[in-house]
Design a protein around this ligand. Structure first.
Ligand code: DAK
Length: 256
């Protein structure tokens, strides 16, 4: 079985690169299987605090593999239950930083939206062009996108199939930062390493709480946030972080 992702570890950062260059990193079932298994392996690895997901310097991912889907029937699609695999990405509790160059389309945009800090290159082109091939988004492109950018922009993107530039995506709140293409990967890696200097347990609970803002009412979300905040007072890292501040020294976290 060929490797459709390339993974490596740099200190506490687990890195995954999508690698199907001949089809612009189109997300076929095997790539998604390898990707999800590697994310879960990093999730289990105590040495990994943060993950970094990237495509090539030309493309993030041009969507789900159209060859995979072209002659698929409704029942086959239903039985495949691809969504189960995507749901597993949602369960990754460690922060995922994305370095996005070039096209992030369809499933590629939906995969990008599963990431937590999204660094987009100036050359990034982001969209949900499923409408151009007779379908519509199926992995969050009508839901996460709308929550991120609001109805007006989501309707524009989903119904017209047009691509947003990186600058537009930043303006609409879909990506976190925009950088020159040549710096995209190094900037994302720098951010990932910066996150590794924080408490790993605080990072995970903070990610959890932010994501809940899309799923809970304000009252429930505030209560959830407060409980996670209290929970952190049972950790070594809370004692260490506050003591280090008062002693005017850098904290040494261990994620416990
Ligand atoms: N699938 C398969 N092959 C693709 C592909 C894709 N999505 N995108 C590009 N390729 C292939 C092209 O066919 C071409 O192959 P060869 O002809 O060389 O064999 C090669 O990559 C280079 O592409 P182009 O020659 O087209 O390159 P250009 O620079 O001219 O154009 C482009 C780049 C990105 C504008 C164009 O390739 C394009 O429009 N690609 C399709 C984009 C698209 O429609 N994406 C949405 C696909 S639908 C779900 C989960 C996910 C999804 C749904 C459900 N569940 C969990 C239920 C997601 C659905 C989708 O993403």
């Amino acid at each position: 079985m060929s490797e459709l992702i390339i993974s490596s570890i740099d200190q506490h950062v687990g890195m995954i690169k999508l690698h199907r260059p001949e089809v612009l990193n189109a997300l076929n079932l095997e790539l998604m299987r390898q990707l999800v298994e590697q994310l879960e392996a990093f999730e289990q690895d105590e040495n990994i605090y943060v993950m970094l997901l990237t495509g090539s310097d030309k493309v993030w991912a041009a969507g789900a593999d159209i060859n995979d889907m072209a002659s698929t029937t409704m029942v086959e699609m239903y039985n495949r239950n691809q969504f189960a695999r995507w749901e597993r990405i949602k369960k990754i509790s460690k922060p995922i930083v994305a370095a996005v160059n070039g096209y992030a389309l369809g499933g590629g945009c939906e995969l990008m939206m599963h990431c937590d800090i999204i660094v987009a290159a100036e050359n990034a082109r982001i969209g949900q062009p499923e409408i151009n091939i007779g379908v519509m988004p199926g992995a969050g492109g009508t839901q996460r996108l709308t929550r991120a950018v609001g109805k007006a922009t989501a309707m524009d993107v989903v119904l017209s199939g047009r691509f947003l530039t990186a600058r537009e995506a930043l303006e609409y709140g879909l990506v976190s930062r925009v950088v020159p293409a040549e710096n995209c990967y190094s900037e994302a890696l720098r951010i990932a390493h910066e996150l590794c200097t924080k408490s790993p347990i605080a990072l995970r609970l903070a990610k959890d709480a932010v994501l809940k803002a899309h799923e809970m009412s304000l009252t429930d979300g505030l209560e959830y946030e407060r409980k996670l905040f209290y929970m952190l007072f049972a950790t070594h890292d809370q004692k260490e972080g506050m003591a280090a501040f008062l002693q005017k020294r850098p904290p040494v976290y261990n994620g416990t």
